[in-house]
Design a protein around this ligand. Structure first.
Ligand code: BGC
Length: 771
């Protein structure tokens, strides 16, 4: 019965898709060449301070782009808006201050990944999608899912993780959630866009294997599990060709190998040659420039672009438009339920914060904690999310100070006064800049406030506990730097040291809260405080969420989605990031900017993140998958369905809350594979699951299915995914190094799991790391 039902559903969907395809074909047949060339190019955008005011009237002010409408054929313009952490639109319109158009600021993607909870992330996606629809947006330019290759990556906060399996499953969950509302997503930036330095010119030189296993894998999972409406190609080149002009990436791999059915769009102003983009299968050029339309039309006329290619791209855009709310004439309310969504934003934030240190039960606060000495400027101004297109215009942000006050704590008034005065006077000194000025020349962050030691000593006397908030912000267009960013500034270090000394002298606790979007150095100062809570950039409800963890209303259950090294130089990409520039070959680029060619060589190959740290025995400060709880858990009973691999293996493991408060935990399933022909990382994540809230004493059993593709690696020589015969070890871990249970199975014969193509070959020899 179930089988019959799924067959009928499949047949129905298949029929509906075929009908849409036929409808698109018929419409394209009716279009003139000029109309087709217009449809494949967006209508442009107005960039304040850079381009003249746009001629078109934006359907939704502040949205990033729109497609071309052809009213005579009933084809509407659809609206595309950023971005991963919330609907990015203008909060006010036409000078009308009587109402606002604020959107929910969700926690950033790295926090979402740190929840390790795809059910929760999907639930957030459902709420996010309804806000997208309520504001008249057809496609959200999210999720962003590039790999954290290096901790200095300026957009890492927008991305999930250093691991493609975690990345791909998170992206699939949010895409499925958002799209359940009948609006679209655009998984981005496809692919190899792992840095911001020279992002529009950089040539990412990477081996086929590393590309397949690390940088494409997450996209592959998202495409196969969620079939998003659209994919956004990236700015960079891969092995010599702009991704938006690379047929083998956008067609051979994405469509032929993975079965992607949707539309591909460029990143904004991405790539150079519109005709090459059309041929590659980059259907839509965004935000769109009239020269691109002209070039495409011209190319068809002079025979350098086949009309069939243009037709195919136009059809794929139409098939996307047919699904959109705009096409269905959906009457959007402009009134999302921001109150309900704020609640969801807060609960997700609570689930993704990671407790890194907790000595002698410093947390949760004991009942004698009433008066809090709150140090650090970021205690008074929460960084809800990063900058650039990943930012959101939100109605409010709950600072830690407000969150603690809401939680019934008294914030030391003198200290608060000092900090707020300092922040006010520093802000007043900052020049006013428009979006583009700020984008090109970002104002440096306000430096940490220097607190006199006498004041610190006084606070240690007056207050029950010290909290120190350390903040970091970054965003598109720029990578982070080592000094005063990855590494703490001298002022921050001194503050942590002095506050710890003074409060410890009075037998009082010190807690550091990290309000950061990316990895920082911790090894040199982590011994000072009693506890450290990694709050990430937690969205607009951050202060409330942090408070709920500090006071134990919520038990921390987040785990690191990315490694924190002991020092920057321990990173496998420390030497090669962000590559080199060729200024002597500079040409003039868009908007009068210089375009400087550059390249970066991924010589660490597949050894990214824990794959490197584990295999090469380099001890990190906090490993991938790590995170503490206020309770304890025990893993037991790891069982495999068979000792012999025969198509699949089912692994089950029990997990018990052995502590005294309720909590959730994550089981991470790693696999160690034999390595004769191909080198393998010592372990790789293949599955994960988060428990529900377990009461003290409660046990659950979790189940994982290991499939042939989980055993396989990409063999470049044969262009196929192969699993080598031998012994495989399944490891159930509380982190990538804290393996609690393991069990072996055997694969009798080598297995060719999938045959693909040898494409996107590097043009040069890459001196990859060897173990
Ligand atoms: C970013 C994209 C974004 C687009 C539209 C680009 O600069 O790289 O992530 O979606 O702008 O705002």
């Amino acid at each position: 019965m179930k089988k019959l039902f799924s067959f009928l559903l499949f047949a129905l969907c298949f029929h509906a898709v075929k009908a849409q395809e036929a409808k698109a074909k018929q419409l394209v047949d009716k279009m003139t060449l000029e109309e087709k060339a217009q449809l494949v190019v967006g209508v442009g955008m107005h960039i304040p301070g850079l381009t003249p005011a746009a001629k078109f009237k934006a359907k939704v002010p502040g949205a990033a782009g729109q497609t071309f409408a052809i009213p005579r054929l009933g084809i509407p313009s659809i609206v595309l808006s950023d971005g991963p952490a919330g609907v990015r639109i203008e909060p006010f319109r036409n000078g009308d201050s009587s109402r606002s158009y604020y959107a929910t600021a969700w926690p950033v993607a790295t926090l979402l990944a740190s929840t390790w909870d795809t059910t929760l992330v999907k639930k957030m996606g459902v709420a996010f999608g309804s806000e997208i629809k309520d504001y008249g947006i057809d496609i959200i330019l999210a999720p962003a899912m590039n790999i954290h290759r290096n901790p200095l990556g300026g957009r890492n906060f927008e991305y999930y993780s250093e691991d493609p399996v975690l990345t791909g499953n998170m992206a699939a969950a949010i895409v499925n959630g958002i799209e359940s509302n009948g609006v679209g997503t655009s998984i981005k930036h496809f692919a190899g866009n792992n840095q911001e330095t020279n992002r529009n010119t950089v040539n990412t030189i990477v081996s086929e294997r590393a590309l397949r296993e690390i940088y494409l894998k997450g996209f592959e999972i998202a495409v196969k599990k969620a079939q998003p409406w659209t994919v956004m190609s990236s700015y960079n080149k891969i092995n010599g060709t702009y991704t938006s002009e690379e047929y083998d990436l956008l067609t051979t791999i994405l469509r032929d190998e993975w079965g992607f059915k949707g539309m591909v769009m460029t990143d904004w102003f991405g790539g150079k040659d519109p005709v090459a983009q059309m041929k590659a299968g980059n259907d839509l050029l965004m935000p769109g420039r009239p020269e691109q339309t002209k070039a495409i039309e011209e190319a068809v006329k002079n025979g350098t672009l086949d009309m069939a290619v243009l037709n195919r791209n136009a059809e794929r855009i139409l098939e996307t438009i047919f699904k959109s709310p705009a096409y269905k004439n959906y009457k959007y309310s402009d009134k999302p339920d921001l109150k309900k969504d704020a609640e969801i934003s807060r609960t997700v934030a609570e689930d993704g914060m990671v407790l890194l240190k907790n000595n002698n039960g410093a947390l949760p606060f004991n009942k004698n904690v009433h008066n809090v000495a709150l140090f650090g400027i970021n205690g008074y101004q929460l960084i809800a999310g990063g900058t650039g297109s990943g930012d959101v215009n939100k109605a409010y942000t709950i600072s830690l100070e407000q969150g603690l006050t809401n939680g019934g704590y008294r914030i030391d008034a003198n200290l608060k006064n000092d900090y707020t005065n300092y922040l006010q006077s520093e802000k007043a000194k900052r020049p006013k800049k428009n979006f583009m000025q700020e984008f090109m020349h970002p104002t440096p962050p306000i430096g940490e406030y220097v607190v006199d030691n006498n004041i610190i000593n006084k606070q240690a006397n007056d207050d029950d506990i010290a909290l120190i908030a350390i903040g970091r912000n970054a965003g598109e267009g720029k990578d982070r730097k080592l000094e005063d960013d990855f590494n703490l500034s001298d002022t921050e270090r001194t503050l942590i040291q002095n506050v710890s000394n003074a409060f410890h002298a009075k037998n009082k606790k010190v807690v550091v809260i990290l309000n950061i979007g990316g990895v920082i150095e911790m090894a040199s100062w982590r011994d000072n405080p009693d506890a450290i809570l990694l709050a990430w950039q937690p969205g607009q409800e951050g202060g409330n969420a942090i408070t709920n963890l500090l006071n134990g209303k919520v038990n921390p259950s987040g785990k690191l989605a990315t490694t924190f090294p002991m020092k920057y130089d321990d990173e496998p990409s420390a030497k090669s990031f962000p590559g080199k520039e060729f200024p002597e070959q500079a040409t003039s680029g868009l908007f009068g900017q210089k375009s400087v060619p550059a390249e970066v060589i991924y010589d660490e190959g597949i050894y990214v993140g824990y794959r490197y740290f584990n295999t090469f025995n380099v001890k990190p400060a906090y490993e991938f998958g790590y995170g503490l709880s206020y309770t304890n858990f025990a893993f037991s009973n790891l069982k495999l369905s068979s000792k012999e691999f025969n198509g699949k293996i089912v692994a089950t493991v029990d997990i018990k809350n052995t502590g005294s408060v309720a909590g959730k935990d994550v089981v991470q399933l790693y696999l160690s594979a034999p390595s004769k022909k191909l080198k393998k990382p010592s372990e790789e994540l293949k599955g994960f699951a988060k428990t529900d809230l377990l009461k003290p004493g409660q046990t659950v059993s979790l189940k994982f299915t290991i499939k042939p593709e989980d055993l396989a690696s990409f063999d470049t020589k044969s262009a196929s995914w192969i699993a080598e015969a031998g012994t495989y070890t399944v490891k159930a871990g509380a982190s990538s190094t804290d393996i609690k249970q393991s069990a072996d199975f055997n694969l009798k014969k080598d297995l060719v799991v999938e045959k693909d193509h040898n494409v996107l070959k590097p043009q040069v020899e890459i001196p990859e790391f060897e173990k």
